[in-house]
Design a protein around this ligand. Sequence first.
Ligand SMILES: Cc1cc2nc3c(=O)[nH]c(=O)nc-3n(C[C@H](O)[C@H](O)[C@H](O)COP(=O)(O)O)c2cc1C
Length: 335
Amino acid sequence: MSVELSTTYLGLKLQNPLVVAACPLTLQVEWLERLEQAGAGAAVLASLFAEQIEHEEAELQAASEYGSDFYAEHSNWYPDQGEYRSGPAMYLDHIAAAKKAVSMPIIASLNGTSTGGWVKYAKMMQEAGADALELNIYFIAADIEASAADVEKRYTDLVAAVKESLSIPLAVKVGPHFSSPGNMCLKLAEAGADGLVLFNRFLQPDIDLDALETSPHLELSSPAEMLLPLRWAAILRGRVSASLAVTSGVHDGQGLAKVLLAGADVAQVASTIYLNGFDHVGRMIRDLTAWMVEKGYDSVEQLRGSMSQQNCPQPAAFERGNYMKVLTKFTGKPV
Ligand SMILES: Cc1cc2nc3c(=O)[nH]c(=O)nc-3n(C[C@H](O)[C@H](O)[C@H](O)COP(=O)(O)O)c2cc1C
């Protein structure tokens, strides 16, 4: 028995619901080819950061002003802007190269926290050939005077500004730290998000005890992290018009099956490829297929959302249900 794995995400037709998440694995054309050969349905390129764009533009500006004020006769000493090989320019080139090399959809990624001059790069990414854009809003509300409403407005203003410049679909990747994550997702969809990527894994700073400095810290995910976005995909399925992607902790075919049952259109994976290699992509797809055959599902379409909050037999489980029972039944003892 064969099963139909194709799915639609952001209005794009994907041959299966496994998307390679934004990470450096997608920054080399050769690796993109290997990921496609292994069976990936689409890939999100690692992000271009607002800071990278602003830094490059500030340097160009400073170079041009310095040259013309003080060395008018040498005004050609700084690089020609058209030829300047900056980070952003390389990123745009990579989009074009990726589109030539693989046939799966390529989603570019922009990472920023507020509207600014860099937003115009969304359009450039579209012009470079990206099939869609993912906007990663990585904002830490460290200003404790800022209210939740201020912070939420910052998000929706940014989404509206990026959406305005695009004709390709826009996905928005956010963290889970809102008082009402579901309502925030509704607002993002209203502001123009065609898809929601649940959730950003915020990097937490650590403290180096020897150097007495803060040290940035990136850890690969563990499968338990999947349960938070799984819950929210289940709650949002059928209630928000945007496509849903789950990212964080999807490590195997079983994880893939679970997030689809909850209501995600796709899973975005990174850590498991770092841990298990490119071929793990194919293994995940094969394991999903085998499970679907065993359970009698004909297609991803048929299984998607069948355990969402609206469809599952115990909708309360996605809220507070069973919370007390689980805690009081816990019998673990310290070693
Ligand atoms: C090495 C590495 C680099 C990443 N870089 C980005 C990035 O540039 N932009 C982004 O939106 N997410 C980035 N992520 C987050 C991933 O896209 C993904 O959402 C996250 O790792 C959760 O998925 P996972 O559990 O499968 O790793 C990165 C993750 C890793 C491991």
